[in-house]
Design a protein around this ligand. Sequence first.
Ligand code: HEC
Ligand code: HEC
Length: 505
Amino acid sequence: MSRNTLIKIASLILMVVSFIAYIAGASAFPIASENLLPWSAWFLISVIVNIILWSNVVKLLTFSLAVIWFYAFVAGLVPESSTAVNLTELDWSDPDAVAEQGALVFNGKGQCAACHTVDTSAPPGRCPDLTDIGVNAATRVPGMDAKAYLIESMYQPANFLVPGYGKIMPEVWKAPINLSKLEIEAVIAYLQSQGGEIDPTPFDEPIDRADIGTAAEALPPLLTGDPELGKKVFVDVACISCHAVTGIESPAAGEVNEEDFEVVTAPDLSEIAAFNDMRYLEESILLPGAQIVSGYGAVTVRAKGTTFQGTLVSQDTEKIVVRTKTADGTEEEHTILLTEIDDEPIEELTNLMARGYFTLTLTPIDADASVTGEIVSETDETVTLKVGDENRMFSKTDVKSQMTVITFDGDEIVGDHVSGTMDDYEIILIVDGSEEVFDTLDLDLDGTAMTRARGKKLLVTSPMPENFPLILTVADMTNLLSFLSTLTGATAEAVPEETTEAPAE
Ligand code: HEC
Ligand code: HEC
């Protein structure tokens, strides 16, 4: 046998063996790797050699095998997730295997991975990163254990919103995601495996599957506009100055816009409609502050005497990260512990939470010492603080207040307030234990300040202008929403056919 014949036969054998090994999913020699790439490489090398060396019959065989391999290879590339995973039972004797099935649901049918990352180095998005959710779940809602919290997150995500995130997560048991109970159990096992322990205890679904189609979801879309005109609105009213959209040219950096706002970093909207419904888009434009995309909110905080004004990059139960810009444009990130935020004097105890206060220090009228706690809830008359481990309710009116007055001689006097305001003839304060009466005519009006309490505050606002409802006509708005709803990230003509028979209003 000539050397040539030997090479020919060896190559033919290698091709057949690597083909069979590839299709059978065997692990590859010489590199005992789980993945099949080495076998593909052997296969392709032998295909080339065979095609060069052999005559027609073997060439044809080689070619047929190559075609079969190609289809198998392409099918292998499509992630397993998109081939429907059909869970019919879960084998809880092996919780890790259940978690693996959950991972498939997470990356596939559940569409979780479209919103969530499990990677702390990923840039912060609209949705929380789920690294360590297995442990963090137990810390979210006081009195709720990890499993109960995860169950609630799946069935009723809006019951508790992770601070800083909006009401975006769909109820995954409902259409269009439609996860079955088994799929949800598997996903929960997967979530618990992220840093925590898998708890196989069975649970009852907290919902009634008969409720799946609510009346609101059955309603037709609110508006039908013209996406092409909407695109023009998007550019004309300068949404494009802040928001990038694939396919639309953004104004050059530094170009002056005619609108009266400062251009800021804003979310890319190229895929905004993939995971948000029309109502969310509408709300984003009409009430930008209603739900602020995490990582984009504007904040001003005072900590240890310094004021930080910038973007709230992230927030957890202990600290916040604020990005500020110095005068020359360089960006700096500051990590600020919540405990480092300065207490500010509070004059009026109304709408504390809406104004961003999260802790409060006050002195009830019948107490000698002040009380400090986290604000849990409030009504017009009362505020509930978490003091130590217990929740205590305080009246907003029965608190000791301090008043600062400045006399025309320039003396600043601080005392416990007994009675009187600048509208009365006299103000009575207890200063250093004794009662003092001040004639309001002897006081500087601008120097009086009443402090009912002190508290730390973190107010996050949207940097997006609020005046679009005034600028946009109803027709503009309709067209704009139509345009935004085509932004699903799909490259093909995503513009849906509008029905011409829409009932005339
Ligand atoms: C359209 C985007 C979206 C999809 C799809 C989505 N989520 Fe969420 N998810 C969110 C947002 C936003 C939040 C934060 C607000 C909240 O608590 O509801 C959240 C919160 C959560 C939380 C609580 C996280 C925490 O830190 O406490 C869990 C757990 C969770 N999602 C799991 C899932 C799983 C599992 C799926 C898939 C079955 C999924 N999500 C699908 C957007 C999404
Ligand atoms: C000055 C810059 C600015 C302009 C102009 C602006 N936006 Fe925004 N927009 C933002 C910022 C910043 C956010 C993120 C903070 C928030 O959620 O409010 C945002 C959020 C949004 C969101 C929600 C995005 C998400 O990922 O959930 C939508 C939708 C949106 N804007 C649409 C528009 C449209 C439509 C226009 C024009 C009518 C517009 N914006 C004009 C800055 C801007």
